[in-house]
Ligand binder design. Sequence first.
Ligand code: BGC
Length: 573
Amino acid sequence: MKKACSATDPLWYKDAIIYELHVRAFADSNGDGIGDFQGLISKLDYLQDLGVTCLWLLPFFPSPLRDDGYDISDYCAVNPSYGTIDDFKQFLDAAHQRNMQVMIELVINHSSDQHPWFQRARLAPPGSPERNMYVWSDTDKLYEGVRIIFTDTEKSNWTWDPVANQYYWHRFFSHQPDLNFDNPAVMEEVLNAMRFWMDMGVDGLRLDAIPYLVERDGTSCENVPETHVLIKHIRSVMDAEYENRLILAEANMWPADVRPYFGDGDECQMAFHFPLMPRIYMALRQEDRLPITDIMAQTPDIPPTCQWGIFLRNHDELTLEMVTDDERDYMNLAYAADTRMRINVGIRRRLAPLMDNNRRRIELLNSLLLSMPGTPIMYYGDEIGMGDNIYLGDRNGVRTPMQWNSDRNAGFSRADPARLYFPVVMDPTYGYQSINVEAQQSDASSLLQWTRNMLALRKLFQVFGRGTLEFLAPDNRKILAYIRDYQSEDGTHSETVLCAANLSRFAQPVSLDLAKFAGRQPVEMLGYVPFPAVTDQPYPLTLAPYSFLWLELQPIVSNVVEPTEQQMEVPEP
Ligand code: BGC
């Protein structure tokens, strides 16, 4: 008997809207300055009302927290700062009751050096099963030439351990030794952890840093064939024992290198589209759609059960690993003029500051997030336009407490402000007194209300999560225009949407070739406003600066929509 989960549709992730959050940053229920599961439970109504359908929790396991919890010292427990296993179960049930799925992290490339496995490994004799939980070598010349990921902190992927008298391998921080997947005991432990959380009803797992699981001499030690064998195994165990669960690959790679992580539909159902993200920012700054159309042209088809995960920002730096050197220089100049805004190969800023707090630009980028192919993944706080704190170390500037209201500590915690895990943002533009949930809830034109409306609109259609993509090629390259199209399998339902986005700071005219849709009735989707019918002639549109249009191309002209009562009340100019 397979164990069921909260989702009944096996492809639920295709229609999902994922919200990424850290328990520590969300809401503190006991006044110790650290967010916790009880705090998160108290905010589930907010998340449900916002309209997100799946919560992705950053690592909440016991950890020395030297990498925000990605340095795990126990895979099958909850960090006591955030609560207990019972608190987690209570949270999971409460999320499920609100029809929200829950995805957690399975960080299997590495553990913390404080994990008992590593502590035992150091003391165990070389070659013993205990020692072999990790990757050791007598020389730091093995796997020479493999790139370093955390370029700001690490000089080598090897660190000498004086207790073991050997070097150990780590692709990230030196306190995060890589697990050794050539030892079958490691896979057993991974499956134990997976079962531990899936038995409770967790719906999805984000597989962290998946390209680096296996090392092979003479290669880049990335994406090696053996890694795919391992992932297929994890997937097959998951499918054999559990129903409707999801694995999402974190593979920060070019599209062609990510493609194998979907396998033949037998590896990860989802993978992040890393290269698209910086190109959205580039297209905006260059006022040219080419970076977006170009990367999508390089994006291979994926199996029908699979899905891209698309995002604008997350808990890490805005990574610039998947761009050329010139593009990286451009992005740094355009978006991170102050070097404090940079870290490793990326930019550590939030969405609103990257957009210079320009509401139209923020909305434009969100319109792409919500209408490009894939499942959108939002980062907590971006729905209210939270700012960052570039004076905090590592990537912590984008991990500050959620801003709930203008009370002490932004309503996040009752603790003495000095006790908070990180200070709340306090500058005059993005500080909690100006940017907070409560204020935006009572402001009908706030970013929060806008986001809510957009999520509600997206959820009325399946085309965004499941439809095909076809770019139009109007002469004016400041306009990004594409058709999303969805036909249900049984042929009874079809949805066609034209999306047009003006990447320019000035108004733009555009003429679209919609001849193949001649006879269709475009209806603007936010206001349900009919536009002139499509003919075989070029279709002219004018777009205000940074504006976008979503037009549903309804089938028959005679079906002209009636204006709603609200629209009829709008006085004539
Ligand atoms: C996570 C990072 C983390 C790294 C190493 C990444 O994939 O997203 O936040 O620092 O793994 O654990």
